[in-house]
Design a protein around this ligand. Sequence first.
Ligand code: NI
Length: 354
Amino acid sequence: MLRELIEEKVSAISEQIIELRRKLHQHPEVSGSEFETKAILLEAIKDYDFEIVEGYYNTGFVIIIRGSKPGRTIGLRVDMDALEMDELVDKPFKSQNSGVMHACGHDGHMAMGIAAAIVLNDLKDQFQGNVKLIFQPAEENARSGGGAQFMIADGVLEDEPRVEAMVGMHIWPDLMVGQAGTRVGPMMAASDPFKIDIVGQGGHASMPNKCVDPILIASHTILGLQSVVSRNVDPFEPAVVTIGMLNSGTRYNTIPETAEIIGTVRTFDETTRQLIKTRIEQIAETTATAYGGKATVNYTFGYPSVVNEKGMVDCAEQSIREVLGDENYVNVERPAPGGEDFAYFTQKVPSVFI
Ligand code: NI
């Protein structure tokens, strides 16, 4: 009965939600500057008389839906930011902000969040307790800490009504439309950026004997780093070490003074995470020393692993089976090596990331 009512209400707003998604897609903004995004969202709900609380970490805000009877409070997390990249496809709703694109699908998450708010608000006579929809900026900003932990620090979970459990969702290309899935335990990886600064001795390309070549040091260092997963990490523990940037030199005929290596580490287990950090430091420092230079490693513990709690997973699974059908529930066998700052919510309250 309730399910039919929900479906009816969702169909009634589906056109306006598709339109909202496309509008958000046209106006993507990078982490920390989601001002127009927030304005579009508030405009979309201006006729609904929602209880809105602003002021959580810059553009973060919450919509509180209070059920007619008292009860506990669940939080739904919605991320808001886009990525620094050009949109190459040509759709009528393509990005209008050059160099920025909703390539991770957070425009879809926001539209879903607004739809949930509208439908839950319509049905608030039907449930006990409260729902707090948390619109969170700067999910993509792993190098500066991400929006989730700052919203938590600003009291988004503790403020009345206090959130006792969290649900997050990410649209996912491996699943078919109409499917949803999750798993117990680790769901997304810990994601740690690192930077290695190598200092050699610059000079003319024709006199390498008078120089210390940082490019050669960087090359050996990168090869050495690729032995960490294959030779140091337990073969039953998944881990990734990727170098995404290697910068050095300004001319073909000089030996530069410095080189920098920038990369990321993905792990699911805390011991493995610590081990990889230590090995990166050892390999970088000793390799540079071996070739006469010096290396400094700047390793940042980024987002921790998203860990789903069993009770919340059971609850989500039951709902997905009921609403989408048994055949559309996907038991996600392996966690994903991507990073996600929903992890900070999972550290505070029982949570599920779907
Ligand atoms: Ni994302």
